[in-house]
Design a protein around this ligand. Structure first.
Ligand code: PA5
Length: 465
C-alpha cells in the first residue's frame, strides 16, 4: 500500500510554519464529514466506481484484442484530461525508452500522445509514420468532440488516412467519446469507427481509469486489471469516516487545507523517480482545474485554490531547492520516495583514494537517489518548510491505481472543504470561445468576442519595444 508520512508538517518538526495538532484536528473533523458526504452521494463522483466497472474493463480488453494484432504505432489524439492520464500511465509503467526498444522487446506498439497542436510536432510525427499508416491505430479521445485542438488533429489525420488507405481508413480509428451525444459520437456512428464510451458523470480529469486512459495502456501491455485493483483498494481505504488520521484522502485533505488556510498556497510535488513525473503532471491538472475557483457554492467571491508545481528529485535540487529552502514561506512540499526502483545499477569503486568518489563507489544508484531524497527532506525541515512524503513500495500498476484514486478522492475532499464545485471549469470557456471567434465562427458569442479581443489587445506603440 502507498503510505503517507506527515510528521514533517508538525510545528515540533519545522517550527512556526508548521501545523499544531489542534489545527489539524479541527480541519480533520471537517475532512471526515466531507468523506461521509462523498460516500452518500454519487453523481459527479462517478469516478469512484470506475475501478469496479468490470464491463467497461472487458470492453477495453476486447478492443485491445481487436486492434493490437499488427499494430506497430498507437497515436492518441486528445488534450487535457483526454491525454494526461495516458501519458502518466505510460511513463509510470513502461520503460522510459519504450518507443526506442525493438518491437519484440516491447509489450505493445510504440505510443505517441499528441496533446498539442504545434504543427512542427504533428508534421514530424506524420513523417515518422509515412508508409506505416496501415500499421498505425489512431485513438481519438474527446468527450465533447468539439475541442478545437483534438478536432483539428483528427481532421488532418482523417484526410491523410482517406487519401492513403481509401475506404479502409475508418478501420484505423478508435474513438473514445460520449456514449450518446456530441460531434465525435455522431461522426463515429456515421463513419463506422470502433468506439468506447466516456462514462456519464465522469469529467475529463477524473477519467483516466475509464477507456480514456485504459485503452492505450492495455494496448501497450500495461496490467490494467492491477491498475483498477489498486484503485478499488484505495476507494475501500478511503471509506472510513471515523478518524481523519485513518483515511488517506481525509488526511491529505486535512494537510492541504491547513496549508491553504496558513497561506501556503503553492503545492510542490517532488517525486524522486522519473517514472512518477507524468503522474505529477496529471495531478497538476486535477488540482488546478478542480480547485481554482472564483466563487464558492454560496456565490461568495473566494478565489480558491493552490498552485500546483512539479519538481523532479534529484534534478531540481540543482535548480529549485535554493528557492524552496530560503524563499517565501508559501509552499507545502509533497515528496515521493520509492523503496524499490524498476532496476538497479552499482556505482564502480574505481577511485578509492578520492573522498567523494570513494563514498559513491560500491553503492547502488537507487540508494544514492534515496539518500538525496532523505537529505532534501532533512534540509527542508531545518529551513522550517512543512513537507510530507508519499512512500511507494515500488512503482507498479497496483500502486499507480492507488495513487490515482487517492488524489481524485483528496480533490473531492478539498472541494468540499473549500466549499467550491470541483467538477466544473467555467474559466476555461472564455478562451475557447474567443479562439473560435478569431477563427471566424459566426453568431453569438463568437463574433462579439473576436471584435472585443481585437479592441482589447490592439498593439499600442507606446508599450512596444
Ligand atoms: O478535464 C477536463 O474536463 C478537460 O481537461 C478536458 O478533458 C479537455 O478539455 C478535453 O475535452 P474533450 O474530451 O471534450 O475534448
Amino acid at each position: 500500500m502507498l503510505r503517507i508520512d506527515y510528521r514533517n508538517v508538525l510545528q515540533d518538526q519545522v517550527g512556526a510554519a508548521g501545523y499544531s495538532e489542534g489545527q489539524l484536528n479541527d480541519i480533520g473533523q471537517s475532512a471526515v464529514a466531507a468523506v461521509s458526504r462523498i460516500e452518500a452521494e454519487t453523481g459527479k463522483r462517478a469516478y469512484r466506481r470506475l475501478p469496479s466497472d468490470k464491463r467497461m474493463l472487458a470492453d477495453v480488453l476486447a478492443m485491445r484484442d481487436r486492434f493490437a494484432p499488427g499494430c506497430e504505432n498507437l497515436v492518441v489524439l486528445g488534450i487535457g484530461g483526454s491525454a494526461l492520464g495516458n501519458i502518466a500511465l505510460q511513463r509510470a509503467l513502461n520503460p522510459p525508452f519504450y518507443n526506442l526498444m525493438a518491437a519484440g522487446a516491447r509489450p505493445g506498439p510504440r505510443l505517441f500522445v499528441m496533446d498539442n497542436i504545434d504543427p512542427g510536432t504533428l508534421a514530424n510525427l506524420l513523417e515518422v509514420l509515412d508508409g506505416r499508416l496501415d500499421r498505425t491505430v489512431f485513438n481519438v479521445i474527446s468527450k465533447s468532440g468539439t475541442t478545437a485542438e483534438t478536432a483539428s488533429q483528427y481532421l488532418i489525420i482523417r484526410r491523410l488516412l482517406k487519401e492513403r488507405l481509401g475506404d479502409g481508413y475508418a478501420r484505423r480509428i478508435v474513438a473514445v467519446t460520449d456514449a450518446a451525444h456530441g460531434t465525435m459520437r455522431a461522426i463515429s456512428d456515421a463513419e463506422g469507427y470502433a468506439t468506447l464510451p466516456v462514462p456519464d458523470g465522469v469529467g475529463g480529469r477524473f477519467s483516466v481509469l475509464s477507456a480514456v486512459g485504459l485503452f492505450s495502456a492495455a494496448m501497450c501491455g500495461i496490467d490494467v486489471e492491477a491498475l483498477c485493483g489498486g484503485g478499488r483498494e484505495m476507494v475501500e481505504r478511503c471509506r472510513d469516516a471515523s478518524d481523519w488520521r485513518a483515511n488517506p484522502a481525509a488526511l491529505l485533505g486535512t494537510l492541504y487545507k491547513t496549508a491553504n488556510d496558513r497561506g501556503q498556497r503553492i503545492h510542490v510535488m517532488m517525486p524522486y523517480a522519473d517514472a512518477l513525473m507524468g503522474l505529477c503532471d496529471w495531478f497538476r491538472q486535477l488540482w488546478a482545474e478542480s480547485l481554482g475557483k472564483l466563487h464558492d457554492l454560496d456565490g461568495r467571491l473566494v478565489r480558491a485554490g493552490d498552485t500546483p508545481v512539479v519538481a523532479l528529485g534529484a534534478t531540481d535540487q540543482h535548480s529549485q531547492l535554493q528557492l524552496y529552502r530560503e524563499g517565501p514561506l508559501d509552499k507545502l512540499f509533497t515528496l515521493h520516495e520509492v523503496e524499490r526502483y524498476a532496476a538497479e545499477l552499482s556505482i564502480p569503486a574505481d577511485f578509492p583514494d578520492d573522498p567523494t568518489l570513494a563514498t559513491l563507489g560500491g553503492k547502488e544508484l537507487g540508494h544514492l537517489l534515496s539518500a538525496e531524497k532523505r537529505a532534501t527532506e532533512y534540509a527542508l525541515c531545518v529551513s522550517g518548510r512543512p513537507n510530507l512524503t508519499l512512500l511507494w513500495p515500488r512503482v507498479d500498476a497496483e500502486h499507480v491505481g492507488q495513487f490515482i484514486l487517492l488524489y481524485e478522492l483528496a480533490t473531492s475532499v478539498m472541494g468540499l472543504l473549500l466549499n467550491i464545485d470541483a467538477y466544473d471549469q467555467p474559466a476555461v470557456e472564455l478562451g475557447k470561445q474567443a479562439a473560435h471567434g478569431l477563427l471566424g465562427r459566426k453568431g453569438k458569442p463568437y463574433e462579439e468576442l473576436a471584435a472585443e479581443v481585437g479592441r482589447t489587445l490592439a498593439r499600442d506603440p507606446k508599450y512596444l519595444l
